[in-house]
Design a protein around this ligand. Structure first.
Ligand SMILES: CC(C)(COP(=O)(O)OP(=O)(O)OC[C@H]1O[C@@H](n2cnc3c(N)ncnc32)[C@H](O)[C@@H]1OP(=O)(O)O)[C@@H](O)C(=O)NCCC(=O)NCCS
Length: 208
């Protein structure tokens, strides 16, 4: 199993040795849905951060989506304290991403000085979430570190990530992007459940 004990700067946990990051498996799905629905529901808290979907609605749909992601993504991680899922990160390779968003490259308004060579081979951080009430303790950063290492091991040096700017800005996600030193690469407009969304597209050159 791809699992690491975390000895890093997780603060405020009684025993950080209980924490570990591993690839998501089917037994984690319930915990993943609990985390996702704690920050992805009808209330979109822009300070705490939020996921676009409402995971409290149509749970079965998300169970089958995550099951599919477990089967197909090489970059689907959970951070756990013993058996409890506290957060997760899901990323796609370029091929996987363009299968679900075939027009993404053309629909994004790239910044004039953005070097499009980065689009040749990349990973996209599709979703990262930490259970509501446990954010700001370093869990997201640990997940990101693991994702970065694995992407580099796969020979991928470019990553993208998206953050919603409107109708409601996701401040936690923007701050997280700043912390990880993402660079603004473009802006995308997207229709989601009959609403127009404006999304920041970030790029980061991955290195050790
Ligand atoms: C975005 C998210 C995954 C970050 O995880 P996290 O465990 O809180 O992140 P960390 O504790 O490692 O913090 C890293 C940095 O992120 C920023 N950050 C995280 N949460 C924040 C918040 N609520 N408000 C402002 N900044 C925040 C800070 O810059 C922080 O650095 P600092 O601790 O030096 O101030 C988490 O806030 C979350 O799950 N939010 C809800 C879902 C979401 O918005 N996902 C992103 C869109 S897919």
């Amino acid at each position: 199993m791809d699992s690491d004990t975390i000895h890093a700067k997780i603060i405020d946990f009684d025993n950080a040795d209980d924490l570990n990051i591993c690839m998501a498996t089917e037994t984690d799905i319930d915990g993943i849905i609990k985390v996702a629905s704690s920050v992805g529901n009808s209330k979109k808290n822009h300070k705490q951060g939020f996921l676009m979907d409402n995971y409290l609605r149509d749970k079965e749909k998300y169970v089958s989506k995550f099951k599919n992601d477990i089967d197909n993504s090489k970059l689907f991680y959970v951070i756990k304290k013993r058996d409890h899922v506290l957060g997760f990160l899901l990323a796609y390779t370029k091929d996987q991403w363009l299968k679900s968003e075939p027009k993404w490259i053309f629909d994004t308004n790239w910044k004039d000085d953005f070097n499009k060579k980065a689009l040749k081979k990349f990973v996209i951080l599709e979703k990262i979430a930490v259970r509501s009430g446990l954010t700001g303790r370093g869990l997201g950063s640990e997940l990101f570190k693991k994702f970065k290492e694995k992407s580099l091991n796969l020979g991928i040096k470019n990553m993208f990530s998206e953050t919603i700017l409107s109708p409601k800005p996701n401040f936690a996600s923007m701050e997280f992007a700043m912390k990880q030193r993402y660079k603004l690469a473009g802006i995308r407009y997207e229709n989601f459940e009959d609403k127009l969304f404006t999304t920041i597209v970030y790029h980061k050159k991955l290195s050790k």
